[in-house]
Design a protein around this ligand. Structure first.
Ligand code: SAM
Length: 266
């Protein structure tokens, strides 16, 4: 099997692992499923057999052609999932998204999927074990960070099982894991997601400092205290709900200033 490194191609060949994954997904004929990066069809086979409404998005032209030949009725979309318009496959049935993901694009892809969480029922992904552990990490653990807070803001994230390098061709250098993500029916209100992300990036770039220092460009010590946040604690010790409270406070604090500036320009 020829594998293109730039597309993060590590093909799953272990039938036991494949059955475990499709057993966890349990595709039904009434499901609407999007598979990202079907490759040679390791997971696609069982998805097609389930009779579900299936779209697959594959960037590699040769693999897309191979899948079209093998499954003539299948909707094979040759595209980069990072620029793919999810609205183009929107339907009345919430989407289930699955895939053995190319590890080199996993973080931007997850953030893109989170932005469409409202149209997604659940997701099952093979990822680097380290990434799965970061997604599911609790505060005050070494894996806790921006990805944990963003993942858990949008979804319930659960690691299902690990997959050894020997299950793939070629073998990756790292252990993998399957994660299940279920978007929350209702998310905590968040006024400005971009501001939230900016604040998290800043906080975790200085994760060993105190919040007083790590977030000083955003909040004064007095403001932190008023928001019931200990300025002496570290970014990695703070639950997601506290960051949401800070971000919402910042949006309301800075909104009038923006309005004045806009009026001044006019
Ligand atoms: N699903 C197959 C399996 O389990 O054997 C292949 C998994 S392989 C890790 C990742 C797949 O994603 C490859 O088929 C690769 O060509 C495809 N891929 C990589 N980057 C992509 C992108 N940006 N958009 C869509 N597909 C991509």
């Amino acid at each position: 099997m020829r594998a293109r490194k730039r597309f993060g191609q590590n093909f799953l060949h272990d039938q036991q692992v494949i059955q475990r994954i499709t057993g966890a997904i349990r595709p039904l004929p009434s499901d609407h499923i999007l598979e990202i990066g079907p490759g040679h069809g390791a997971l696609t086979q069982d998805l097609v057999a389930s009779g579900c409404h299936l779209h697959v998005v594959e960037i590699d032209r040769d693999l897309a052609a191979e899948l079209r030949l093998r499954y003539p009725g299948l909707d094979v979309i040759e595209a980069d999932i990072l620029t793919f318009d999810f609205n183009s496959i929107r339907s009345d049935t919430p989407l289930r998204v699955v895939g053995n993901l190319p590890y080199n694009i996993s973080t931007p892809l997850l953030f893109k999927l989170y932005a469409h969480a409202e149209m997604i029922k659940d997701m099952f992904f093979m990822l680097q074990l380290e990434v799965v552990e970061r997604m599911a990490a609790a505060p005050s653990t070494s894996n806790y960070g921006r990805l944990s807070i963003m993942s858990q803001y949008f979804c319930a994230a659960e690691k299902l099982f690990e997959v050894a390098p020997a299950s793939f061709t070629p073998q990756p250098k790292v252990t993998s894991a399957i994660v299940q993500l279920v978007p929350h029916v209702q998310q905590a209100p968040l006024t400005d997601i971009k501001l939230f992300q900016k604040m998290l990036t800043q906080a975790f770039s200085l994760r060993r400092k105190t919040l007083r220092n790590a977030l000083k460009a955003f909040l004064s010590e007095a403001e932190m205290l008023a928001l019931a946040i200990d300025p002496g604690s570290r970014p990695e010790n703070i639950p997601g709900a506290d960051y949401i409270r800070c971000a919402n406070y910042l949006s309301s604090r800075d909104a009038p200033a923006t309005a004045v500036t806009a009026a001044a320009v006019e």
